[in-house]
Design a protein around this ligand. Structure first.
Ligand SMILES: [Zn+2]
Length: 406
């Protein structure tokens, strides 16, 4: 059992502001997001605001309990760049974070916030990556953690989460996980994931951690577009907030999603609707859209690209041929980019794909027979449009549907 580290919020933190109505609020926990928007029936997350004058980005807890997260490699992929007629293409390897996913950047800030609030317990609803990250950082900080999962959680996550000392609670489906969290929050636990419906996103203190990705990207050649696997849009929103805080021109942000959700909202649907769909891309599954994700795309003149499972698998194989074994959900970023870049539509642009997790933990039920043998992966397959139609060879949709986000 480690001693709990002390955490202090930065003196530069000045308040919070709504991503939708821009109303400012004192620093606190807002479980329903912006109170004004909540009263109007339009759930929206808040962001943190800081006193002006700092260079680069500010984090609420600069001394958050760390396991060495961040500063992940940015790997150039010149062959893929020329195939897609891009000026440049690099992959941000977020699986190089301590527990193997981008979630660690968020967990460090969330755990610090929980400690600062005197919470006795963290709770998270997870399909794997988020729960494992919260369990590890809670262990680091000496906090108890409980992770709500479904039976579909792969064993590899189960073993690691319990090894960190967190308790696992299995519930029927993803919505039941959110109900379980709501009960625990009422009992005084600190939520490390979204649990509200309509969905809002994770506590804004956690999302601040993702600004570090924007800072790392801005320290090199600024990309023209950044492609992010997306469900509730915590990562997408954090990257947007980071670029804005640095004062750089906001690159075009692209959300890769397994079936049209954000795409439908950008085309006029109400973001509070349910957008049902089945997918093997467990980390970005789910039927909800958040305002923070919509706003990140609008602010950056961005796009949402639906990526069917087969297109994600083709992209996964293509990345594997470059030496990168990505989780199926992560590979969707390349598939989305390939769809956008068709016919030279992104000619000369510099793109970054954010590879959120490794395929070693969750290959997404890849069919071994479909893997290319000693051959360059099919460019044709990669160039296929990321279709919105039903996937013809879906496996166990009911099980896959049970894992969702986080
Ligand atoms: Zn508001």
């Amino acid at each position: 059992m480690s001693t709990r580290p002390s955490t202090a919020v930065t003196s530069r933190l000045s308040g919070m502001a709504c991503l939708r109505c821009t109303e400012t609020w004192p620093v606190a926990e807002y479980e329903a997001g912006c109170p004004r928007c909540a009263a109007e029936g339009h759930a929206s997350n808040l962001r943190l605001t800081y006193a002006p004058g700092a260079r680069g980005i500010s984090l609420p807890y600069p001394d958050a309990p760390s396991l060495g997260e961040g500063a992940t490699p940015l790997v150039p992929l010149p062959d893929l760049a020329s195939e897609l007629q891009l000026g440049g293409l690099s992959a941000k390897l977020e699986w190089c974070n301590p527990t193997g996913s981008h979630k660690d950047r968020m967990s460090a800030q969330l755990i610090a916030r929980a400690l600062d609030r005197g919470a006795a317990r963290m709770v998270a609803a997870s399909s794997g990556n988020g729960g494992l990250s919260v369990a590890a950082y809670a262990a680091r900080a000496g906090l108890a953690a409980e992770i709500a999962v479904t039976d579909a959680l792969p064993r590899v996550y189960r073993s690691a989460i319990t090894a960190h000392g967190a308790s696992l609670v299995s519930v029927a489906d993803s919505m039941a996980r959110w109900q379980h969290l709501a009960k625990r929050v009422e009992e005084g636990a600190f939520a490390a994931t979204n649990y509200k419906l309509p969905a809002i996103g994770t506590n804004p203190f956690g999302i601040e951690g993702y600004k570090t990705i924007a800072a790392e990207l801005a320290s090199g050649t600024m990309p023209d577009l950044v492609v992010v696997p997306c469900s509730r849009g915590d990562l997408l929103s954090g990257i947007r907030l980071g670029f804005e805080e640095i004062g750089e021109h906001l690159p075009m942000l692209v959300a890769a999603e397994p079936f049209p959700r954000l795409g439908r909202v950008l085309a006029g649907a109400d973001y509070r609707e349910q957008f049902a769909g089945e997918t093997a891309q467990a980390s970005i599954a789910g039927s909800t859209v958040t305002w923070q994700a919509v706003e990140a795309l609008r602010a950056s003149a961005g796009r949402a690209v639906p990526v069917a499972d087969e297109a994600a698998r083709a992209a996964q194989r293509r990345l594997a041929a470059c030496g990168l074994w990505a989780e199926l959900s992560a590979a969707s970023a390349l598939a989305a980019l390939a769809a956008l870049a068709q016919g030279g539509a992104m000619a000369g642009r510099h793109a970054v794909i954010v590879l959120t997790g490794s395929g070693l933990r969750d290959p997404g039920d890849i069919d071994p027979a479909a893997r290319p043998r000693n051959q360059t992966a099919s460019e044709e397959a990669l160039a296929q449009p990321a279709t919105t139609g039903p996937s013809p060879q879906r496996t166990e949709p009911s099980v896959q549907q049970k894992r969702e986000n986080g």
